[in-house]
Design a protein around this ligand. Structure first.
Ligand code: GUN
Ligand code: ZN
Length: 425
């Protein structure tokens, strides 16, 4: 049965980083026709109503209909330790993160947190995400199982690390290869699930472990590979000690065949000119994690790179301080302001939807409202709190009406969520 959802519609014809705000398409009295889990049509409400008289009508009033948010870098196992106080990256990992990740040796705990995480992000309008797990294969099974029953398109992989962590959390070169391969064969391409080869980062993987993961990636070139790159200056100094031969941080991945299209690097804040040139040449993806970069004190990402590279947006739960992509857009705006680059609302919304989908190389399936795309969509209340409502009263266009929600909105703004055409909220 077809469903015709009415509201203001926001979609994109191109990237606002290339075409400016003209890349966005706004229909004030619009509609989205959903049929068999896909978007069948997007257009004026009146025209679609008369063309599809049999469709069930869901009227969202003046709410904004958009593609669901795509969170391109998260650690779902860090859900319960989000907002842990007072540490920078390496101490934060040792004091809070690794002990929490050790708990995922218990499959029941993994299942509990996977379900909790999916509930939290769905309430925040996130319909797709790319997550790290822990070294335990059961942590990957847990998140894929939960996402599959929710009908979500997600990306996940076993986090591989064979040094510089507590013994109970470490795997080995051989286990990283064998367990990643087994999980990839079990899950990749099942329903809407994709496996991602996941070395945590250079300090916690030996070159030998990264080499076998590079080999696994060559055997399965259709998969993505995710890791961390140049997040914090103390981390970069440590990488220099661990890899004295490497020209820079990226050069710890390159010789292990962990740099090419489909590589997805989180953070990527303190890049050298050589690294930028190689990333562009390789058509790799960078993921901006703004609440994490301020929370852990990492630095200010250069959004100018979005004109040359695939750049996605992410919460980086639980280094990030929020599950909300609205809050994440606000932080991206603030960081860009500190770099004298005011991001337009169209830039921010695109990053949280198409930009992230493009970084994960699924921009033809999710992250936009267009015929043929999978029906992951949200209805956003643009007056969800008294503070936001009063700030929108004098708005003369969509961007003025939307920006207070970007800056001050949270899960209260998410009125409805459809995942694969099915109403989830
Ligand atoms: N670098 C390596 N592991 C992590 C992690 O879990 N979070 C963040 N923010 N950076 C990392
Ligand atoms: Zn991360």
């Amino acid at each position: 049965m077809a469903e015709l959802i009415l509201g203001q519609v926001l979609s994109f014809d191109a990237s606002p980083f290339v075409e400016g705000e003209a890349a966005a398409r706004h229909i004030a009295e619009g509609a989205v026709l959903v049929e068999d889990g896909r978007i069948a049509a997007v257009g004026e409400a009146a025209a679609l109503r008369s063309a599809h008289p049999q469709a069930a009508i869901t009227d969202m009033g003046r709410a904004l209909l958009s593609a669901g948010f795509v969170d391109a870098h998260v650690h779902y196992p860090q859900t319960a330790m989000i907002a842990s106080w007072g540490k920078r990256l390496i101490d934060w990992l040792n004091q809070y993160t690794f002990p929490e990740e050790m708990r995922f040796a218990d499959p029941a705990y993994a299942a509990e947190i996977a379900a909790r995480y999916i509930g939290l992000v769905t309430a925040n309008g996130t319909t797709s995400f790319c997550t790290y797990s822990t070294t335990h294969p059961a942590s990957v099974d847990a998140i894929f199982t939960a996402a599959r029953s929710a009908g979500m398109r997600i990306f996940a992989g076993k986090t591989c690390m064979d040094r510089n962590g507590p013994p109970g959390l470490l795997d080995t070169v051989q286990r990283a290869y064998d367990e990643s391969k087994a999980l990839l064969e079990r899950w990749h391409g099942v329903d809407r699930l994709s496996y991602v080869i996941t070395p945590r980062f250079s300090p916690t993987s030996t070159p030998e472990q990264m080499a076998v993961l590079g080999a696994l990636w060559k055997e399965h070139p259709q998969c993505l590979m995710q890791t961390h790159l140049s997040e914090q200056t103390d981390e970069i100094a440590w990488v220099k000690e661990l890899y004295p031969q490497a020209r820079d941080y990226l050069d710890t991945y390159e010789p292990q065949d962990l740099l090419r299209e489909g590589a997805v690097y989180g953070h990527a804040i303190h890049l050298t000119e050589r690294e930028k040139a190689r990333l562009i040449e390789a058509d790799a993806s960078l993921i901006h994690c703004p609440t994490s970069n301020t929370f852990i004190g990492s630095g200010l990402f250069d959004m100018g790179l979005a004109t040359q590279l695939r750049v996605g947006l992410a919460t980086d739960t639980g280094g990030g301080s929020s599950f909300s992509m609205l809050r994440t857009m606000a932080a991206a705006y603030e960081i860009a302001q500190l770099r004298h680059m005011p991001l337009h609302p169209s830039h921010l919304w695109w990053l949280a939807t198409q930009g992230s989908a493009r970084a994960l190389r699924v921009e033809d399936r999710i992250g936009n409202l267009a015929p043929g795309m999978e029906a992951d969509l949200i209805a956003v209340d643009l007056a969800s709190t008294p503070a936001i409502e009063q700030a929108t009263r004098r708005a003369e266009n969509l961007w003025q009406e939307l920006f207070p929600t970007i800056m001050m909105g949270d899960d209260r703004a998410i009125r409805a969520v459809w995942i694969g055409g099915r109403k989830a909220i």
